[in-house]
Design a protein around this ligand. Sequence first.
Ligand code: NZQ
Ligand code: ZN
Length: 388
Amino acid sequence: MENFTFQNPTRIIFGKDTEMQVGMETKQYADRVLLHYGGGSIKKSGLYERVVASLKKAGVDFIELSGVKPNPRLSLIKEGIELCRKHKIRFILAVGGGSVIDSAKAIAVGVPYEGDVWDFYLQKAVIKEALPVGVVLTIPAAGSETSPASVVTNDEGALKRDIGTDLIRPKFAILNPELTFTLPAYQTACGAADIIAHVMERYFTRVKHTDLTDRLCESTLRTVIKYTPLALQNPTDYAARAEIMWAGTVAHNDLLGTGRIGDWGSHMIEHEISGIYDVPHGAGLAVVFPAWMKYVYQEDVRVFARYAVRVWDVEADFEDPEKTALAGIERLKDFFHSIGLPVTLAELKVGTDRLEEMAAKCTQRGPVGNFKKLDKKDVYEIYRLASK
Ligand code: NZQ
Ligand code: ZN
């Protein structure tokens, strides 16, 4: 096990009707906030009215900025920064999913910074300050409600890049599983794929003696695999939605990564796809991850065989661990198919004409991944493996 420091200061408020506490929670930080949300799902579901009522009851004034798109855009973030400066706003309340939260985090680091906020995403400047952010989560997926990351797409150049700093971990995150009842089936499935990917990025490590976190990862994966089909069958199944929602946070608050060196190659490889083609991140991961697994499993077959047995109940073939490992990868693909996700670029409706360009962009800052270090040629081969 590696040395580690673990601190996750986000206050989690979990359960039915908890969005009614948003005013009181926010009031601890500010009397006036930017209320940031997406394309309208919160208005359709009635959540918007409840959040506004709670803010008003607590005496919190707000300015609104809506219209965050999935794969959030830099242009709206710049609007948000100007709005906060103009109205002297010092707190951002994100009501939505990973895209809204990541957009809020970008505004939070942009307001106190004199230069262009994109500098941070290009690693041209170091983040020293951020406004506090609070969250009401509506989709379990990205894990941004407690993570130190924000992923943004620059409208010019379709470049998707991320930042990471503890300064942007939200102050609080309100998680009411009932808010996810209105999720379309495809978004539920994309969210599940992202959660699974966040666990697997940590699980596939070359670090030895990580038994506790191996088991935590495996049980988180098994939970998502068990409950996602139930939520798809019955979207208002509270028990299923609650298991998935909590798994989504646990998958990415980094408890599962303690003492390990995560891989993260599949995320980097996927970001080039959703950056250019604007597909849901989770769907992109369902395509990339199995291809990555096939490309790297021979580096340590035992880890992949163990995953197959403990996560997918594949019967261990002690004579032929490679067969066991490959069976685990096939089970993952079958699962993604069974919940309506693509597992090839063709199924994702992404062409193969820009694979070279994507591989080059992905490895612009050097090799990606840790389980196996991947250079441009490796990444290109993974895109090719994913293509059919
Ligand atoms: O915009 P609205 O109308 O709200 O609709 C959204 C959006 O179309 C809809 N939706 C959300 N909650 C709903 C709902 N529809 C009905 N009922 C509800 N309760 O779902 C769509 C997708 O929302 P989005 O926020 O894009 O989803 P997700 O949470 O998957 O976020 C994806 C983004 O997060 C980034 C991804 O790259 C992507 O840009 N990630 C962020 C991470 C982080 N900050 O730590 C880590 C992840 O690996 C990921 O990269
Ligand atoms: Zn992800």
